[in-house]
Design a protein around this ligand. Sequence first.
Ligand code: NAG
Ligand code: NAG
Ligand code: NAG
Ligand code: NAG
Ligand code: NAG
Ligand code: NAG
Ligand code: NAG
Ligand code: NAG
Ligand code: NAG
Ligand code: NAG
Ligand code: NAG
Ligand code: NAG
Length: 354
Amino acid sequence: MRGSQVARAIALGLASTTAFAAVNDATYDSSLNFRPDNVTSSDLYHWVGSYYNGSTTIEIEPFGGIAAQEEGTNDATWCPNLKDKTYSTKFDTILGLTERSKYNAGNNPLNAFLTLWDVGYNFSSLNASQGITDLPWDWALFSSLPLDSYNGSFTEPDIFNLTLAETTKAPYNLSSTFTQYGSESTFDTTFPILFNMTSCNGTQDIDWSGYMISNYYWPSTGSNVSYPDPTLDIVFDSKTAKLTINGYIQAVEGCEEKPTNQDFCEADTIIEAKMTVTFEGTIDSYHSDELETASSKPAWIKTVGFNNITQTSGNSTSGSGNSDKKNGSNGHQYPGAFPLVASLAVLLASSLYI
Ligand SMILES: *[C@@H]1O[C@H](CO)[C@@H](O)[C@H](O)[C@H]1NC(C)=O
Ligand SMILES: *[C@@H]1O[C@H](CO)[C@@H](O)[C@H](O)[C@H]1NC(C)=O
Ligand SMILES: *[C@@H]1O[C@H](CO)[C@@H](O)[C@H](O)[C@H]1NC(C)=O
Ligand SMILES: *[C@@H]1O[C@H](CO)[C@@H](O)[C@H](O)[C@H]1NC(C)=O
Ligand SMILES: *[C@@H]1O[C@H](CO)[C@@H](O)[C@H](O)[C@H]1NC(C)=O
Ligand SMILES: *[C@@H]1O[C@H](CO)[C@@H](O)[C@H](O)[C@H]1NC(C)=O
Ligand SMILES: *[C@@H]1O[C@H](CO)[C@@H](O)[C@H](O)[C@H]1NC(C)=O
Ligand SMILES: *[C@@H]1O[C@H](CO)[C@@H](O)[C@H](O)[C@H]1NC(C)=O
Ligand SMILES: *[C@@H]1O[C@H](CO)[C@@H](O)[C@H](O)[C@H]1NC(C)=O
Ligand SMILES: *[C@@H]1O[C@H](CO)[C@@H](O)[C@H](O)[C@H]1NC(C)=O
Ligand SMILES: *[C@@H]1O[C@H](CO)[C@@H](O)[C@H](O)[C@H]1NC(C)=O
Ligand SMILES: *[C@@H]1O[C@H](CO)[C@@H](O)[C@H](O)[C@H]1NC(C)=O
């Protein structure tokens, strides 16, 4: 796949710069949305933009809503232990809202990269040379395939359209209806959601893989139930972000390998379920550029990788102080907490001893 090949090529560059202190990136092209190569974070943070840490809850209601009309639903022997139940799973989450670039085709105002992880996932253990699409998340939703480099001669389509509600300033409100989810062109970049739920006919938990149903491919599966296309909403400003998805999924239990698209695995048991995804997060200012909040469209002033942070205010409880040095200014790979802790300590000391 193009994305990961490119990712690997870039990764070699990243890996070699980590061995030295941060140096100027001679090949840096400020007209693209990539951060300079002296930024040594994992590939999760390769693009200019805002990154939010938070928690996602996925609620799954097997045979819920319209799915109750699906053939076999009233058959008492079909997944009896799942009926009339709602399963709720939490995931640690990183939402990247990033700048667009000249290779992005379409009218989206930004690119949205959402990744869901096991609760308590140790992000320091991420392999810095792996592309974002190859990382061990439980689910990733990309508004377009995240690229790590650009050779000047291709365009990358959007997987879904994002519409920005009219406004004069932040918060920004984006919404989408997934009309082409599961199409040939988005196939390689849409992924199943991995979660735990009671097995269809037993009582113990088992791994399930779910894939969102859209009208683009669903009628051809032979189902006589018509589901609405999934919808997405994102509201964000420079401090917080909220995201909601409403849709239906088909899900199978016990796939042995991590599936790559809607053809997840051969399985006897396929169910349909109603799904609600809700994310709430706060800004990870260490990994974020400065969001301009006073204009009608979101835009960023580049700071990550440059020693030119202008904002020194900001002292929210989530530690979003902008006075901490940005990645790239010290050449460490995952120093996240340290500059932040140091600056908080200084703040505390000064307020206590003045
Ligand atoms: C990182 O590389 C960019 C692009 O070459 C350069 O402008 C910037 O000063 C570098 N940052 C550091 C901390 O050396
Ligand atoms: C779907 O097909 C089944 C079996 O033929 C039938 O019982 C059910 O009423 C149909 N549902 C709809 C919504 O047409
Ligand atoms: C997280 O991963 C890093 C790198 O592999 C490791 O050094 C550290 O001990 C891990 N932390 C925990 C709490 O397991
Ligand atoms: C990191 O990923 C690269 C590329 O996929 C691989 O060659 C390398 O072995 C991985 N390193 C570790 C420590 O897993
Ligand atoms: C640029 O990359 C695209 C996608 O990988 C590839 O199809 C194209 O041949 C490349 N063009 C050049 C000039 O390398
Ligand atoms: C986005 O909207 C445009 C214009 O309405 C449409 O042509 C295109 O097919 C849509 N793309 C997706 C991925 O939904
Ligand atoms: C965001 O926009 C949608 C669609 O216009 C609207 O339904 C929703 O109420 C808006 N939300 C906020 C928080 O402004
Ligand atoms: C559940 O179904 C599977 C596959 O049909 C079967 O192998 C298993 O024994 C069943 N388990 C129970 C508890 O009925
Ligand atoms: C999910 O269920 C599997 C059993 O198939 C178990 O191995 C795994 O630890 C569970 N995962 C979580 C996050 O509970
Ligand atoms: C956000 O999460 C990342 C990955 O665990 C971490 O490096 C960063 O320090 C966190 N930032 C905040 C403000 O919680
Ligand atoms: C920091 O420097 C970069 C590269 O020169 C520039 O694009 C960016 O606008 C600067 N940011 C600020 C906040 O001045
Ligand atoms: C930061 O905290 C100080 C002291 O509590 C307060 O006076 C100031 O308004 C805060 N600044 C911001 C930007 O919230």
